[in-house]
Design a protein around this ligand. Structure first.
Ligand code: AHR
Length: 480
């Protein structure tokens, strides 16, 4: 790695006159209007935790549970920040039994507080080998106290499913004061691995009504390897209920589907739910995330929606993907299209979470790229997401890289143009790829000053991304 010649080593004097305060370490979260910054999560957030559920409880803590590779225990992590889950202590709440129906695989736990009690739902099967280990049913354990990390957990019982058949991946949510249960189950007479069902709950393990079958895997992207609709997760936003689910085999073909219902519809009527004809989230070779799925939803420290999911960072798997340990927990911002529907974009790949940069002077335009050409616009979400990585000209320097071209960086050329280039290991690249983030927290604005060209910053002017005078209106961006 080449370093910037000392004559260009960053000094505050180089930016004298800027009213903005130099940003905190580039890796600190971008806080708007003075909110306390939280560390920026780095993907993978938690290694080898599949089927992750992350939620921010009203105690202000984030909780994470998920399947462990051994499928032998139910675990829970807690952290004040989303990023803190990476290194948070992990408690083992319960281990599979020595024999009987819960002595084998433990899959996809979810933690819910129901009528003041902490209840963890999970799928479990017997041990002993053969096909019997896939005699998977849904169970729950319950905590005897207010703190799920330290309380004593015991078996509450088995979910009274409508059929005695393979069922798993349950979730629970409240809508219009009614608590619902959604889960995946194989229904006698339907030749699929699993379909999605919903019903109001009478008690934590019994239904208050006959379930509604919301979707059966029939589309080509739902039946690759196995005919699967599983892992429902519900988000209520913009007057609608959005229910994601996972489809196909758990290898690189695993992906997310989406059902949408109006918030005032009868959500027990399958006709109230519209299925997306295409997957909304799937493998992305450009960012090296394969088989993204089994998601949940949470919010970041600024209350912005976050998608939680698992995915591998390689495609080829030896043996049964179900026993490959590298489905890591990942998170990323969830954005919305103009019509209020979620825009899942692509899985953003390993590294610090990316951001989008909206031109203050022209808010319809974001920093974007088309291949190696930088532009001002809003082509697709993925083309507007850029990752900040530590720079090479002092601790406040940084480099900017698009998630779809993770080996390319913004480079400020001598003629004032800004391009996307691979690291050529030249002193010129090392100098011209270095920027400093100048945040004006009060205004919620920022600039990227070019270290190679004092007095100039990254700007959108006349439709072009280029260097402009650092105090020009074109130099100001809003991070989102
Ligand atoms: O990770 C174990 C199981 O694999 C999960 O319950 C399910 O979502 C997936 O098929």
């Amino acid at each position: 790695m080449s370093f910037v010649p000392s004559r260009f080593a960053l000094s505050r004097r180089g930016f004298i006159g800027s009213a903005a305060v130099l940003s905190a370490a580039p890796m600190a979260a971008r806080a708007a209007s003075g909110e306390t910054a939280a560390p920026v999560p780095v993907n993978p957030l938690v290694k080898q935790r599949a089927d992750a559920q992350v939620f921010r409880h009203d105690d202000g803590y984030y909780y994470l549970t998920g399947s462990v590779p051994e499928y032998d225990r139910l675990v829970l992590r807690r952290s004040k920040t989303l990023a803190g889950l990476t290194t948070a202590e992990e408690a083992v709440l319960w281990r599979h039994e020595k024999s009987g129906p819960m002595s084998g695989f433990l899959w996809a736990p979810e933690l819910h507080q129901i009528d003041g009690k902490w209840i963890m739902y999970f799928a479990a099967g017997p041990s002993g080998g053969g096909e019997d280990v896939f005699r998977i049913r849904t169970y729950a354990i319950v905590c005897d106290g207010a703190d799920p990390m330290t309380g004593k957990w015991s078996v509450l019982g088995e979910f009274q499913a409508p059929w005695d058949s393979f069922n798993l991946d349950s979730t629970s949510f409240v809508h219009k004061g009614i608590r619902y249960f959604a889960w995946a189950q194989r229904e006698p007479g339907i030749e699929t691995n699993s379909n999605l069902y919903i019903a109001p709950l009478k008690t934590p393990l019994t239904l208050a009504a006959k379930p509604a079958r919301l979707t059966v895997p029939t589309l080509d992207w739902e039946v690759r390897g196995y005919k699967v609709a599983e892992a429902p997760a519900v988000l209520h936003r913009n007057g609608r209920l959005f229910m994601t689910y996972s489809a196909s085999a758990t290898d690189a073909r695993y992906c997310l589907g989406l059902l949408t219902a109006d918030e005032n519809a009868d959500i027990m009527d399958p006709k109230s739910w519209t299925k997306s004809p295409r997957p909304v989230f799937k493998t992305c070779k450009e960012t090296s995330v394969y088989g993204p799925g089994h998601n949940s939803f949470t919010v970041d420290e600024q209350g912005r929606d976050v998608l939680v999911y698992h995915g591998r960072d390689y495609e080829a798997i030896q043996g049964d993907p179900l026993f490959n340990p590298d489905r890591h927990t990942r998170v990323q911002r969830l954005y919305y299209a103009a019509d209020g529907a979620p825009d899942f974009g692509v899985p953003v790949g390993n590294g610090p979470l990316p951001e989008r940069f909206i031109s203050v002077a022209n808010p319809q335009a974001l920093l974007a790229h088309d291949g190696t050409h930088l532009l001002g616009g809003n082509p697709t979400l993925a083309q507007t997401q850029f990752r900040q990585t530590p720079g090479r000209a002092g601790k406040e320097s940084l480099m900017l890289s698009p998630i779809l071209l993770p080996d390319h960086y913004l480079v400020a050329k001598k003629d004032g143009s800004v391009t996307l280039e691979k690291d050529s290991n030249s002193a010129d690249f090392a100098l011209r790829s270095q920027f400093v983030r100048l945040e004006d927290k009060a205004q919620g604005q920022l600039r990227f000053a070019a270290i190679s060209t004092p007095g100039k910053a990254l700007g959108l002017a006349d439709g072009q991304i280029r260097l402009v005078r650092s105090r020009d209106a074109a130099a100001y961006w809003r991070a989102d």
